[in-house]
Write a protein that binds this ligand. Structure first.
Ligand SMILES: Nc1ncnc2c1ncn2[C@@H]1O[C@H](COP(=O)(O)OP(=O)(O)OP(=O)(O)O)[C@@H](O)[C@H]1O
Ligand SMILES: [Mg+2]
Length: 216
């Protein structure tokens, strides 16, 4: 049985939606589990991430280099692990995470030239798992919702108000680059790619949940 299961995907790919549905499924099965979400926006450990996403270091994702931005997200995970879920993880409880170290591979690696991707992935895993001591995921499901579809879903979520999107969300070109890096990381690190749209239309939420349950 996997202990740390990660659901990741581009912005607006349906992570929160599927995370909640999987939680309901696990509860209905009587499985004890704990859900964790990154960034941990409710906690002060996410301060640098918030500043970055609000554009305090510059209005484009590329204003902060891949390694610096990755560190912002990594320390937030470290704080969450130490404060909230280390004990449960150590006791063997199933931990379900929405986003994780994997999000750095998706959103930060994309800032680097392809020739540097392998070096970045080696650095990322060594830094977060070996040096910081965060647990390695046992399974990673990447929700593959094409950026042109997720953009529409996010616009709908924000009621058509484009200004509510953060510096990642509003940049469709950047999200397309992120999809490339995600598929590269998925192949290299053995993530499960879950197809979430067909012919430019999102699949029904319950179909995606069924695919995830099979993976679990
Ligand atoms: N399969 C689906 N079909 C149609 N709409 C969907 C589907 N999955 C999610 N949505 C809707 O799309 C929007 C984005 O979904 P959600 O918030 O779950 O994505 P997310 O990956 O958590 O996004 P973010 O990275 O911004 O937190 C929501 O309004 C949600 O209700
Ligand atoms: Mg979400």
């Amino acid at each position: 049985m996997a202990r740390l299961v990660v659901i990741d995907g581009l912005d607006g790919s349906g992570k929160t939606t599927q995370f909640e549905r999987l939680g309901e499924y696990l509860s209905s099965q009587g499985t004890s589990y704990r859900q964790i979400c990154f960034p941990d926006y409710r906690e002060p450990s996410s301060a640098l991430v918030k500043m970055y996403l609000a554009g305090d270091f510059g209005g484009s994702p590329d204003s902060v280099n891949a390694y610096a931005a990755s560190s912002f997200y990594a320390v937030d995970r470290y704080a969450s692990y130490k404060r909230f879920w280390e004990k449960d993880y150590q006791s063997g409880m199933l931990i379900l995470a929405a986003r994780y170290t994997t999000s750095n591979a998706i959103h930060q690696m994309s800032k680097l030239p392809r020739g540097e991707w392998d070096g970045y992935l080696d650095w990322l895993e060594h830094y977060e798992y070996d040096l910081l001591g965060l647990p390695r995921p046992d399974r990673v499901a990447f929700l593959d919702m094409p950026p042109e579809v997720s953009q529409l879903l996010m616009t709908r979520r924000y009621d058509g108000d484009e200004k509510q999107k953060d510096i990642h969300e509003r940049d469709e070109q950047y999200l397309k680059r992120c999809r490339e890096s995600a598929l590269y990381a998925a192949e290299k690190l053995g993530w499960d790619v879950v197809r979430c749209a067909v012919d430019g239309k999102p699949l029904p939420e319950n179909r995606i949940t069924q695919s995830l349950i099979k993976l679990l």
